[in-house]
Design a protein around this ligand. Structure first.
Ligand code: AMP
Ligand code: MG
Length: 437
């Protein structure tokens, strides 16, 4: 085993020995490390963490160019131009987008130019079509051998300078940033096809329990369909990992060992169920025998039991998180412990969930002084401009419909006996912010 500093954790915790959420999370994260970078095609880089600085190889725009369709002119040639007495200039050429003017703008002439086309050397401004008499000339005889300028432009008007957006060698994308759509566009504008991005963690998902059926299998008495694996896999995808549903272990050591063997190429192993106190000890024993895995109680509700540590793989240790079995406990424990682990492995440094303050419509009870993650629906209060939160359904740890109906978790702190309606609570948003609008 490698030198993980947690050898005091083996004992089964009693109530007084519960870990705080912060302690548990710190321990979970201590088994993770940032994955190596890979070169990823631009469109697959969205949401990834950039592994190296990206600098511009050239100016953007590369040349001074026109911001409008119009006529490039020298300012001194069009002084005192007005609607009533336009200054007439011969048209000495035309530049289309993508073309490069071969000669400077000859004094006393105008060049017809399209948006984005490089302006000829010597241009003082571009006069847009609507400030010329082009339409009238076209209507009259279609000839554009000369043009009437009806307004004196300001120096530099409608000319975008070379390097106005990005200077050659400027730092454009910074190592460690989370790539958003405009960043992908910036990389493309630099001509790049790939970006160096921290690899996505492959997360092996293992369910346990004799009662578990897979969707598609025939129903039988006493059995329930496996929802946890699918909830977990979906959250893994949402938070930037690659889910791999390995399978469901029966409550025997052989079955769990066989499934775990198939998870040893993962970056993180997430199991569900088999870690609570009443459970047959198969899951706990097997996990403990395959690395440094401990089973602790955490001061959180739902999701008190939690296993974490590292499984011994071939030549490396694989971080493991053992979630409880109840479907809502899975959601909460995933959000609180597995999400930060996935983000940390993907190179994120900001692991906090965004929160809002909301006025509660319903009480949140807390008889046993844990941190309660109540499933709530947050909605905008048009009267006050603030937010309100109402319980989204029964708060049983098996009631997945209430978690499905929730867009956040309202938090009752562990030192509180409970919150009453009208109290303000911090709410961790699950879906933010579109669903609120
Ligand atoms: P356990 O931790 O094994 O005692 O499981 C706690 C509860 O979670 C039990 O009611 C299980 O039936 C339920 N459960 C365990 N695994 C799953 C799963 N994969 N999908 C849905 N429910 C589950
Ligand atoms: Mg079980």
């Amino acid at each position: 085993m490698t030198d993980f500093p947690h050898h005091d954790d083996h004992v089964h915790a009693d109530e007084g020995d519960m870990l705080s959420i912060e302690e548990a999370l710190e321990k979970v994260l201590s088994y993770t490390s940032v994955l190596p970078a890979e070169s990823r095609p631009l469109l697959e880089s969205l949401g990834g963490v950039l592994a190296e600085d990206v600098r511009a190889g050239f100016d953007i725009p590369p040349l001074p160019n026109s911001g409008m369709d119009g006529y490039a002119v020298r300012i001194e040639d069009v002084m005192n131009a007005s609607e009533s007495s336009p200054v007439e200039l011969p048209v000495s050429g035309e530049v289309a987008a993508g073309a490069v003017p071969s000669v400077p703008l000859a004094a006393g002439t105008a060049v017809r130019i399209m948006t984005g086309a490089p302006v000829p050397v010597g241009s003082g401004a571009v006069v847009p079509f609507e400030d010329t008499d082009e339409l009238a000339r076209r209507a009259k005889d279609g000839q554009l051998t000369s043009i009437g300028i009806c307004k004196t432009p300001k120096a530099g008007a409608n000319i975008r300078l070379a390097g106005e957006d990005i200077r050659a060698d400027a730092l454009v994308l910074v190592r460690g940033m989370v790539l958003r759509p405009c960043d992908i566009g910036l990389a493309a504008s630099l001509g790049l096809t790939h970006l160096p991005v921290i690899r996505k963690p492959v997360v092996a998902i293992i369910s346990t329990g004799d009662e578990i059926l897979e969707p598609g299998e025939e129903r039988r008495p006493g059995a329930i369909y496996n929802s946890n694996a699918y909830t977990i896999a979906s959250f893994v995808t949402r938070y930037g990992g690659v889910p791999h549903i390995v399978g469901t272990a029966r409550d025997t050591a052989d079955s769990l060992n066989a499934i775990l063997d198939r998870a040893m190429d993962a970056d993180l192993v997430v199991t569900s169920a088999g870690v609570s106190r009443g459970d047959y000890d198969v899951v706990k024993d097997v996990l403990a025998s395959r690395g440094h895995i401990v089973n602790r109680s955490v001061r959180i509700k739902p999701a008190r039991p939690l296993a974490f540590g590292a499984l011994t793989g071939e030549g490396r240790d694989i971080p493991h998180i053992g979630l409880p079995g109840n479907p809502v406990a899975v959601v909460v424990a995933f959000e609180v412990f597995a999400r930060p682990a996935i983000l940390a492995m993907s190179g994120h440094t900001s692991l906090e969930k965004s929160t809002i303050q909301a006025t509660l419509d319903d009480p949140i009870r807390n008889p046993d002084h844990r941190r309660v993650f109540a499933r709530v629906q947050v909605y905008a209060d048009v009267k006050t401009g603030g937010y309100r939160a109402k319980l989204s359904g029964s708060q049983g740890s098996g009631v997945l419909t209430a978690a499905a109906a929730a867009n956040g978790f309202a938090i009752c702190p562990e030192d509180s006996d409970g919150l009453v309606s009208g109290d303000t609570a911090t709410v961790q948003m699950l879906d933010w912010p579109e669903q609120l609008l």
